[in-house]
Design a protein. Structure first.
Length: 401
C-alpha cells in the first residue's frame, strides 16, 4: 500500500469517528467569519498566536458566507475609502551556488487602497488595489473588484474578481481547485489576488451550498464549480467538484477537526482528464494532504504555536513535508521568533528559514531573517543551488486610514 492509500485510510477513519449529527444550533458568523474580517481570520496575522486553525477555516474567505443584508444595515457609512501604508527598508545578502554573492538594498513604500460602497441593504461593491514603490520600480495591481447582490432573503451572489479560499491546508491545499492564485508554501500568510468568477451562495442554517462560473483563458466556455459545506458535531466537512472546458474534471473532499489542544485537517482530491508529460487524459490522478496545528500559552511567558503538514502530490509526483514553530512575545517581551522548514522529499531539496522580529512601537519594527537552501540547482527549494540568504527589514512607518 503506497503513502496515498495510507492518507485516504486515515481520512476515512477520521470521518467515521467524527461524523455525528449536530443537534445544537451554531452561530454562522462565529463559524464562517464576518464580512469585515480580513485574511487574518484564515491564516493568522504576523503577531497572532491564538488558535491558528480557528473556526471558520472552511469558509471561503474573509467571511463571505454571512448574511450580507444584516451586515449592510449595520454599516455606519454607505461609501467608504480606506487602506494602509507602510514605509520600510530592507537590506539582503545572498550567497548561492548558481549566482554567487549578491546584495540588495531597497527603500519601499507600499500599501492597499479599498473602496467600499453599500448603497442599499441588498447591494455592495468593493474594489481593493495594492501598490508598491521603491527607488527602482513601481507597481500597482488589482486584488479584488466585485459586486455583491442579495436576492430575496436566501440567495447571495458575488460577481467579479474575488478571493476564493477552498481547502483547509496551511502550506499546501490541493483542494483549492478554483482559485488562480495558489498558496505560496514559503509565505503562506501572504495576500492572494482574486479570480474572475460569478458565485451563487445558498445558506441553510449551519450548512452552505455554492455554485461558480469561472472564465477560462483561451476558451469561450467557463469552468463550473459546485461546493457544499456541512457542520457535523463541530467538525467541518466540504465536498466539491470542478468541470473545465478542457475536459479536466476534479473531485475534492476536506475535513477539519477542531479540539481544545490539537486541530487536525485533511484534503483528498481526484483528477481525471489532466494531460501532462506524466499522465494521460484517461488517468485518474490523486492528491492528498494531512496536517495538524497546536497552540498553547501559560501566563504571559509562553505563547507558542506549531503547524505540521504532509502533502502527496500525485499530479507532479512529488511529496512534501512542512513544519512551522512560532513563539510570540517571548517572556513578555516585544520579540517574536518563527522557524520554518519545507522539504520536497522527492528531489530532496529543503528550505529552512528563521526570523526574529522586534516591535519598538506601532510604527517601528525590525525583522532579521536567515534562510538556507539545500539541494541541486533547479530543484524546487534550491532553484539557484545550495546557499544562504540574510536580510534585515526595518519598518519605519505603518498606518491604517
Amino acid at each position: 500500500m503506497n503513502k496515498q492509500h495510507y492518507i485516504v485510510a486515515a481520512l476515512a477513519l477520521t470521518l467515521s469517528s467524527g461524523v455525528v449529527a449536530n443537534d445544537n444550533g451554531v452561530d454562522e458568523d462565529s463559524l464562517f467569519g464576518s464580512d469585515e474580517a480580513s485574511e487574518e481570520l484564515m491564516f493568522g496575522s504576523e503577531d497572532d498566536v491564538g488558535d491558528l486553525f480557528a473556526d471558520g477555516l472552511l469558509s471561503e474567505s474573509e467571511g463571505e458566507e454571512i448574511d450580507l443584508s444584516v451586515e449592510f444595515l449595520q454599516g455606519e457609512e454607505a461609501y467608504a475609502l480606506n487602506g494602509d501604508f507602510t514605509l520600510a527598508g530592507t537590506t539582503t545578502r545572498n550567497d548561492y551556488l548558481a549566482t554567487g554573492k549578491t546584495t540588495s538594498d531597497v527603500i519601499n513604500a507600499s500599501g492597499t487602497v479599498t473602496m467600499d460602497a453599500r448603497p442599499s441593504a441588498s447591494l455592495r461593491a468593493l474594489l481593493k488595489a495594492d501598490y508598491s514603490v521603491d527607488q527602482d520600480t513601481s507597481d500597482t495591481s488589482l486584488r479584488e473588484a466585485f459586486v455583491d447582490w442579495t436576492i430575496g432573503e436566501s440567495w447571495y451572489t458575488r460577481t467579479g474578481k474575488q478571493v476564493m479560499h477552498w481547502g483547509v491546508g496551511y502550506f499546501y491545499s490541493p483542494a483549492d481547485l478554483i482559485n488562480s492564485d495558489s498558496i505560496d508554501a514559503a509565505d503562506p500568510e501572504a495576500d492572494r489576488k482574486g479570480t474572475e468568477a460569478v458565485k451563487l451562495h445558498y445558506p441553510t442554517g449551519n450548512d452552505n451550498y455554492y455554485a461558480y462560473l469561472v472564465p477560462q483563458t483561451g476558451s469561450s466556455n467557463n469552468a463550473v464549480g459546485l461546493k457544499g459545506e456541512w457542520l457535523i458535531d463541530q467538525n467541518e466537512l466540504t465536498m466539491a467538484t470542478v468541470s473545465r472546458p478542457s475536459g479536466h474534471n476534479s473531485l475534492a473532499m476536506t475535513y477539519y477537526v477542531p479540539s481544545s489542544e490539537v486541530d487536525f485537517f485533511a484534503e483528498y482530491v481526484m483528477h481525471q482528464g489532466l494531460v501532462s508529460s506524466l499522465h494521460n487524459s484517461s488517468d485518474w490522478v490523486s492528491q492528498a494532504t494531512l496536517g495538524a496545528s497546536y497552540a498553547f500559552s501559560e501566563d504571559d511567558d509562553y505563547a507558542i504555536s506549531m503547524r505540521a503538514q504532509y502533502y502527496d502530490d500525485g499530479v507532479a509526483e512529488n511529496q512534501y513535508t512542512a513544519v512551522n514553530l512560532r513563539w510570540a512575545s517571548i517572556y513578555q517581551s516585544d520579540y517574536t521568533l518563527s522557524l520554518t522548514s519545507l522539504n520536497n522529499t522527492t528531489d530532496d531539496s529543503t528550505l529552512n528559514k528563521a526570523s526574529l522580529s522586534y516591535r519598538y512601537s506601532d510604527d517601528v519594527k525590525a525583522t532579521f531573517t536567515y534562510s538556507n537552501d539545500d539541494g541541486d540547482i533547479g530543484d524546487e527549494y534550491s532553484r539557484a543551488g545550495a546557499g544562504d540568504s540574510v536580510s534585515l527589514k526595518v519598518t519605519f512607518w505603518q498606518r491604517e486610514y
